[in-house]
Write a protein that binds this ligand. Structure first.
Ligand code: ADP
Ligand code: MG
Length: 339
C-alpha cells in the first residue's frame, strides 16, 4: 500500500463507519410517517383505504379502481353489471370473480339454513331503504315475490349458473366483504403490511399498526354517531363486520323498517337484535355471517357463529352485549356500556 493511502485509510474507514451508525440512528429515530388515506363513493357507500407503512398514493388509486371494477360485476343498480344481466336471464356463464362470489353466497345460504339467502333479490328490490323516501311495498307484491326466494333452487356448475324463472340474486350482504378481501390481497402483494380497508363500516385490517400495536376498532352504539362506540376492539390482521338495523331504515306510521329482511316473510326481520358484529379472518365470511346471525337472532345466531369458529358480539334491543363463549379479542367497554 502506498504511504499516502496508509494515512488516508483509517480516517476514511472511521468516517464511513460513523456515517453508517448515524444513518441507522436517524432511521430508527425517524418520526412515524403520516398515514396515507383516500375516500371514495363506491359500491353505494363510502370506501376508505388507509395505508400506515407506505407513501405510494398509486396503491390507493388502484384500490378505488378495483372497487369500481367489482361494482361493474356485482351491482344491482347498474343495468349492465354481470349480476343485472344474470338476473334478466341474459347470461348463464360467469366471470371468475362473480362465480366465486355466488358459490360462496350459496354456501352461506346453506350453512345458515336460508336465514341468509342469496336469492332474496326479487323481494329486496321492492324495498327502498337508501333514498330516504322509502315506503312499505304493496303486500301483494311481496307475496308475489316470495316464491322466487330459495337458494336451493339455484344450479351452479363451475362457471355456469341457472336461476329458476323470476329468481333474482342479491349479493348485497356478501359483496363488500368479498371485495375487501380482494383489496387486502392486492395491498399485501404490493408490500403493504399495515393498513385499514373500510367499506362502509366493513373494516378489514392488514396487520397492525407499524409500531406493532393493534388497530382499535369501535363497535358503534346503534342509532348514535359512528364515533359513539359501545366497545373498542384491539384488532390485528382481521376483519370486523357489523350488520345493524340503523344502517338503512325508515319509519312509516310509527313503525320502524330496516334493511335486514326475513326471507320467510319478505319483511324486516324482527329478531330482537340491533346489530351483530363478526370478527373473522375473511371479511366475506364476516359479511355473510353478520347478516345470517342477525336474521337468526341471539340464540341460533350464536350457535352459527360458534360452529363457524368466528368471534361475535350481538347487541340486543336493550343495548345488552352478548359475546361468543371464550371471546378472546381484547375489548374495552365504554363507561356508558358498563353501567
Ligand atoms: P350492509 O349492506 O348494511 O353492510 P348487510 O351486509 O347485512 O348490511 O347486507 C344487507 C343487504 O343484504 C340488504 O340491503 C339486502 O340487499 C340484502 N339482504 C337483506 N336481507 C337479506 C337476507 N336475509 N339474506 C341475504 N341478503 C339479504
Ligand atoms: Mg353482510
Amino acid at each position: 500500500m502506498k504511504p499516502a493511502f496508509r494515512k488516508i485509510l483509517p480516517p476514511a474507514l472511521f468516517l464511513a463507519a460513523a456515517g453508517i451508525l448515524c444513518g441507522i440512528a436517524l432511521f430508527r429515530g425517524r418520526p412515524p410517517q403520516e398515514p396515507l388515506s383516500e375516500t371514495g363513493l363506491q359500491l353505494d357507500t363510502a370506501v376508505t383505504v388507509t395505508l400506515y407503512d407506505s407513501s405510494d398514493r398509486s396503491l390507493l388509486d388502484r384500490c378505488m379502481e378495483l372497487c369500481g371494477g367489482y361494482e361493474q360485476l356485482f351491482s344491482r343498480t347498474l343495468p349492465d353489471s354481470e349480476i343485472s344481466r344474470l338476473n334478466r336471464g341474459e347470461i348463464s356463464s360467469l366471470s371468475p370473480g362473480t362465480c366465486a362470489l355466488l358459490s360462496e353466497g350459496l354456501r352461506y345460504s346453506a350453512l345458515s339454513d336460508g336465514a341468509f339467502d342469496l336469492t332474496i333479490g326479487a323481494v329486496s328490490a321492492l324495498w327502498d331503504f337508501s333514498s330516504g323516501e322509502g315506503e312499505v311495498p304493496d303486500p301483494a307484491a311481496i307475496a308475489a315475490a316470495l316464491p322466487t326466494v330459495g337458494w336451493e333452487k339455484v344450479e351452479q356448475n363451475g362457471d355456469r349458473i341457472s336461476l329458476p324463472a323470476g329468481t333474482q340474486i342479491d349479493p348485497g350482504a356478501i359483496a363488500k366483504g368479498y371485495i375487501a378481501d380482494r383489496l387486502k390481497e392486492f395491498l399485501q402483494e404490493n408490500g403493504v403490511e399495515s393498513a385499514i380497508i373500510d367499506l362502509g363500516g366493513n373494516v378489514l385490517c392488514v396487520g397492525g399498526k407499524p409500531d406493532g400495536t393493534p388497530f382499535r376498532i369501535g363497535i358503534r352504539r346503534p342509532f348514535s354517531d359512528a364515533s359513539d362506540s359501545m366497545a373498542v376492539l384491539e384488532v390485528v390482521d382481521r376483519s370486523v363486520v357489523t350488520s345493524g338495523v340503523y344502517e338503512r331504515c325508515f319509519e312509516e306510521d310509527g313503525v320502524f323498517y330496516h334493511h335486514l329482511l326475513d326471507p320467510e316473510t319478505g319483511y324486516p326481520c324482527d329478531s330482537g337484535l340491533l346489530s351483530v358484529t363478526i370478527l373473522s379472518d375473511s371479511s366475506m365470511e364476516g359479511d355473510a355471517l353478520s347478516t345470517a346471525c342477525f336474521v337468526l337472532g341471539l340464540e341460533k345466531g350464536m350457535e352459527l357463529a360458534v360452529s363457524a369458529g368466528v368471534e361475535a358480539i350481538f347487541i340486543d334491543e336493550e343495548y345488552g352485549l352478548h359475546f361468543t363463549p371464550g371471546f378472546s379479542t381484547p375489548c374495552t367497554l365504554s363507561d356508558e356500556t358498563k353501567n
